[in-house]
Design a binder for this molecule. Structure first.
Ligand code: C2O
Ligand code: CU
Length: 541
């Protein structure tokens, strides 16, 4: 039977926020973009028309796209960009995902305005593992940049710009009433006492993690990254860029107006975030005199690493009969990746032609985008586009999280290096954040697979002791996960999806600076373990 078809027209549209108007790039004129609703197991077709002025690609974040990397979307990894005036038909194959995902541009920084939610309902005739909510509401955490986003991107690429920050965070497109200019448009959610609301929260912000809370309400976390979780209660959550979190909100407080608010979580440059809180108002129905201003929730301090790490550590899969887990137990591929910031310049003196700027790396290799996509080069055996020498372990072992690290270690190699994996390899990958250039949090994301987060900690990973603390019983299944500053994270996955799959930090500043690579998962023997052929209309470079 025919798959549902959607039309995404990428085009400029005028929007006004913070009292200033400009054209922003949108899908179908909407910001945030359209929400797509599917059922688990569906396949849909999206025709993407580029009617804007920039090259663009669209990525279906968290959709595994079995054997079909052709529609995955990251530019120069699985496709060349769709040029202005061109069109590309993408086929999105949903299999095991169930819950909230999202789609976004995967080209320079265009995802700042080109993004939307992807809601994956259970299969027809089945339901959630929790009582059916009365109402479902997607909550998209985004941001507003007064400056043209392509200019921001170009400056960042050329001059570094650790301090770049947007002008406001947004909830469903609105900065909220802490910004006098935007007060009248503040998002208002009318709720009814006694009902339960499922909030499907997406962090679509380019750079930062966020804390999120609703005043006076304890929320129940039930899912993340389109996987269900053992429910747990919190007064606030922490959500990293790229991640999704599903929560239940019970309207069980006295009728009033309450703020829903999100504020920045960061461990770098607090100074650049004067306006770091966005609000919406949750309003109970009924006749009463609301407090004015509405009641404000508790949100942790911007640098509260403990709050953020605790939240991540609370995520547990259901791991029951109906929602079993499948954590690889025998590992045949051990990878240990340092994720570092750096600079090509030593003691502020730069090699000829280099600006003093930042750079980022995985195992000391800073990823350079090739000029044609890696998938095409792999499939058509085009030489010289990428190398397969990303080391499995850092070439330089040191005390990764020490306070003062020599600046010569901040200089990575540049290259387009990937890691080739045999079909069905069982992979354990430990990310180790380093304190080079004083370190940072990271939001590591893998395309084409979800992974189990089996361990996390602060400081240096200890290969003898830390594996003893792994959770192999009910680890969460994620596609994006927050790796704390000066901490480590161990993930496991089975490389059962043939293709080329991007792996990168979802803090886009770090990605631009080179914190990424790709996995090439080889074809397996049986025909159903081989990559599908490319569609006829792959965009040319
Ligand atoms: Cu949400 Cu590679 O991206
Ligand atoms: Cu990062």
């Amino acid at each position: 039977q025919a798959c549902p078809h959607y039309k995404f027209v990428v085009k400029e549209a005028p929007y006004t926020r913070l009292c200033s108007s400009k054209n922003i790039l949108t899908v179908n004129g909407q910001f945030p973009g359209p929400t797509l609703y599917v059922n688990k197991g569906d396949t849909i077709v999206v025709d993407v028309y580029n009617r804007g002025n920039y090259n663009i690609t669209i990525h279906w974040h968290g959709v595994k796209q079995p054997r079909n990397p052709w529609s995955d979307g990251p530019e120069y990894i699985t496709q060349c960009p769709i040029q202005p005036g061109a069109k590309f038909r993408q086929k999105i194959i949903f299999t095991t995902e169930e819950g909230t995902l999202w789609w976004h541009a995967h080209s320079t920084w265009l995802r700042a305005t080109v993004h939307g939610a992807l809601i994956v309902y259970p299969k027809m005739g089945t339901s959630y593992p929790f009582p059916k909510p009365d109402v479902e509401i997607p909550i998209i955490l985004g941001e507003w940049w007064q400056e043209d986003i392509t200019q921001v991107y170009l400056d960042l690429e050329r001059y570094g710009g650790l301090g770049v920050a947007s002008d406001a965070y947004l909830i469903n497109g609105q900065p909220g009433d802490l910004y006098p200019c935007s007060k009248p448009e503040t998002l208002r959610l009318k709720i009814k006492r006694g009902l339960t609301y499922l909030l499907r929260i997406v962090n679509a912000i380019l750079i930062d993690g966020l804390f999120f809370a609703i005043a006076n309400h304890t929320i129940t976390v039930v899912g993340s990254d389109a996987g269900y979780l053992k429910p747990f209660n919190r007064t606030f959550i922490c959500i990293s860029p790229g991640q999704t979190v599903d929560v239940l909100l019970e309207a069980n407080q006295s009728p009033n107006h309450y703020y829903m608010a999100a504020s920045v979580y960061t461990t770098v440059l607090p100074g650049s975030y004067n306006n770091s809180t966005t609000t919406a108002i949750v309003e109970y129905n009924g006749n009463y005199t609301p407090s004015s201003p509405p009641v404000f929730p508790y949100l942790p301090e911007y640098n509260d690493t403990e709050a953020s790490v605790n939240f991540t550590a609370s995520l547990r899969s259901l791991a029951d009969k109906e929602y079993p887990i499948d954590v690889p137990m025998e590992i045949n591929t051990h990878l240990f990746y340092t994720i570092s910031l750096g600079s090509p310049c030593k003691n502020n003196s730069c090699p000829a032609g280099e600006q003093l700027r930042f750079i980022a790396s995985v195992n000391n290799v800073s990823f350079l985008n090739p000029s044609i996509d890696i998938l095409q080069a792999y499939y058509c055996c085009i030489q010289g586009v990428y190398g397969t020498n990303l080391p499995d372990f850092p070439q330089l072992f040191f005390d990764f999280t020490a306070d003062y690290l020599p600046t010569e270690w901040e200089i990575p190699q540049l290259g387009t290096e990937v890691r080739v994996l045999d079909y069905n390899s069982t992979v354990e990958l430990v990310f180790q954040a380093t304190n080079l250039v004083k370190g940072s949090d990271h939001a590591m994301h893998l395309h084409g697979h979800s992974f189990y987060v089996v361990g996390l900690g602060l400081g240096n990973f200890d290969k003898d002791k830390d594996p003893l603390t792994y959770n192999l019983v009910d680890p969460p299944l994620q596609n994006t996960i927050h790796v704390p500053r000066d901490g480590w994270m161990a993930i496991r996955f089975k490389a059962n999806n043939p293709g080329v799959w991007h792996m990168h930090c979802h803090i886009d500043r770090h990605m631009v600076w080179g914190m990424g690579t790709a996995f090439i998962v080889k074809d397996g023997e049986p025909p159903e373990a081989k990559m599908l052929p490319p569609p006829p209309d792959m965009p040319p470079c």
